[in-house]
Write a protein that binds this ligand. Structure first.
Ligand code: AMP
Length: 380
C-alpha cells in the first residue's frame, strides 16, 4: 500500500470551521474518518460535526503543532490561512493542497500574475501601490474598471467600481494604504465555475460547469449544467485542468470564470477548496464536492462527477430571518427540495446560513422549484 494514502479510520484535521468545513466533515465521517477542526472560534458549524474542536489563533504555532500531532493529514476550508500556520503543520503531517497553492491563491495579485504568466486568460490588470499607479492604470486599461484590495477579499468585499477617470483618485484613497489591483471591466454574459479535483497520482475529475448569479456581490443562485455550448464547457474544464496541473494541486480547486459577450472564457478567481457553487453536488451528483475533497486529499480514487438531473441551489442569507424563523415546512412542501442549514446561531444580514437544492426535468424547472421554495420561507 502506498504510504501517502490516508485510509478510512485515520483523522483528518481541518483549518477553518465554517459551513465548508462542516459539509466536509459530514462527508469525511460517512467515509469513516475522524475529524478535528481548528479555528479561533468555538461552537462552530464544523465543530458541531467534529470529534474535536480546537479554539486557538492561527498564529499560535504551539497550538497549531499540537493539533497537527494529533491528526494524519491537514486540509483547509478557506484560503486566508497564514503561511506560517501551514508551514508549521507541514513539518509534522502533509497539508493538502500544499501551502504553495494557498500562497498563490490567497492574494489576487499573485493569483492573476500566475494565471497571466502561464497563459491562462484573464482580464488585463495592474498592481496599485501609489496614486500614480492608479492614474496610469486607469489611463492604460481604460474605464470602467474594478479596483480590488490585493489581499483578504471575498464576496465582493474590498472591491470598488471605477466608473470614469475622475473616480480613479478617490477609488485609490478607499484602499486606505493597502495594496490593490486594478482590473479592466469585463462586460460578461454570465459567470460560471468549475470545481475540480486532482490526486497525488495526477488523476483529475471536474464537476459539470455551474452557472452562477449574484445578488449584492454574493452568490445567490447556481444551476447545473450551465447553459453554454458543449464546446465552451469542454474549454472551461480544460482550463481548470491546466490550472490544477500547473499548481500541482492535490485536493480540490474551484475556478470562477466569466463568459464574455463574444463567447470567450476569462478566469476571475481561484479558490483552493470546495465552493458555494458546488453545494448542489450533494443532492445532484454521483459524488459530492465534499466527498471528492476527502477522496482527493486522502489519496483514494476520485468518485464520479456526473449530474443525476438538472439541479439548482439557492443560498439562504441572514435576511431571511428578519421577521423571525423562516417557514421551513412551507419550503419543503415540494418533495424535490432539499434543505441544508449550517447550524449558525446568529442570523446576520449577508451571512450564509444555509441553502436549498432542487432537481428537475429541466434546468428551468430546477431553478423555479428552488427559488419558489425559498419564497415560501417568508409565508406566515
Ligand atoms: P471577486 O471578489 O473578484 O470574486 O468579484 C466578485 C464579483 O464582482 C464577481 O463575481 C463579478 O460579478 C464582479 N467582478 C469582479 N471582477 C470584475 C471585473 N474585472 N469586471 C466585471 N465584473 C467583475
Amino acid at each position: 500500500m502506498n504510504e501517502s494514502v490516508i485510509l478510512p479510520g485515520a483523522t483528518i484535521g481541518v483549518l477553518g470551521s465554517g459551513q465548508l468545513g462542516r459539509m466536509f466533515a459530514i462527508a469525511a465521517r460517512e467515509l469513516g474518518y475522524r475529524i478535528q477542526i481548528y479555528s479561533p472560534e468555538n461552537d462552530t458549524p464544523a465543530g458541531h460535526i467534529a470529534d474535536k474542536e480546537w479554539t486557538a489563533r492561527y498564529d499560535d504555532l504551539d497550538q497549531v503543532r499540537e493539533f497537527a500531532r494529533g491528526v494524519d493529514l491537514v486540509t483547509f476550508e478557506f484560503e486566508n490561512v497564514l503561511s506560517m500556520t501551514t508551514d508549521a503543520v507541514a513539518e509534522i503531517v502533509p497539508v493538502r493542497p500544499a501551502g504553495r497553492v494557498l500562497h498563490i491563491t490567497q492574494q489576487r495579485l499573485r493569483e492573476k500574475t500566475f494565471l497571466r504568466d502561464n497563459g491562462f486568460p484573464v482580464t488585463p490588470f495592474r498592481r496599485i501601490a501609489a496614486r500614480e499607479d492608479m492614474l496610469a492604470a486607469a489611463k492604460e486599461l481604460g474605464t470602467p474598471g474594478v479596483l480590488k484590495t490585493a489581499s483578504f477579499g471575498y464576496d465582493g468585499k474590498g472591491q470598488i467600481r471605477v466608473r470614469n477617470f475622475a473616480d480613479a483618485a478617490s477609488a485609490f484613497h478607499s484602499l486606505n494604504g493597502a495594496e490593490g489591483i486594478y482590473e479592466a471591466f469585463v462586460d460578461f454574459e454570465k459567470e460560471v465555475s468549475v470545481v475540480a479535483a486532482r490526486t497525488l497520482r495526477g488523476d483529475f475529475k471536474a464537476f459539470p460547469v455551474f452557472e452562477n448569479s449574484h445578488a449584492d456581490h454574493i452568490l445567490d443562485v447556481t444551476f447545473a449544467p450551465a447553459a453554454i455550448e458543449e464546446q465552451l464547457a469542454r474549454e472551461a474544464e480544460a482550463l481548470a485542468r491546466g490550472i490544477l496541473e500547473k499548481l500541482d494541486v492535490v485536493g480540490l480547486l474551484t475556478v470562477e470564470m466569466f463568459v464574455t459577450k463574444d463567447g470567450r472564457l476569462l478566469v476571475n478567481e481561484l479558490a483552493p477548496r470546495t465552493h458555494n457553487s458546488g453545494h448542489l453536488t450533494i443532492d445532484a451528483c454521483a459524488t459530492s464536492q465534499f466527498e471528492q475533497q476527502v477522496r482527493a486529499v486522502c489519496g483514494l480514487p476520485l468518485g464520479g462527477t456526473e449530474l443525476r438531473a438538472p439541479a439548482a441551489m439557492a443560498n439562504l442569507l441572514g435576511h431571511w430571518w428578519t421577521n423571525g424563523e423562516p417557514n421551513w415546512p412551507a419550503a419543503l412542501e415540494d418533495p424535490q427540495v432539499k434543505l441544508h442549514l449550517y447550524g449558525k446561531a446568529e442570523a446576520r444580514i449577508g451571512r450564509k446560513m444555509g441553502h436549498l437544492t432542487a432537481t428537475g426535468a429541466t434546468i428551468r424547472q430546477a431553478v423555479e422549484r428552488v427559488t419558489q421554495a425559498r419564497e415560501r420561507l417568508a409565508r406566515r
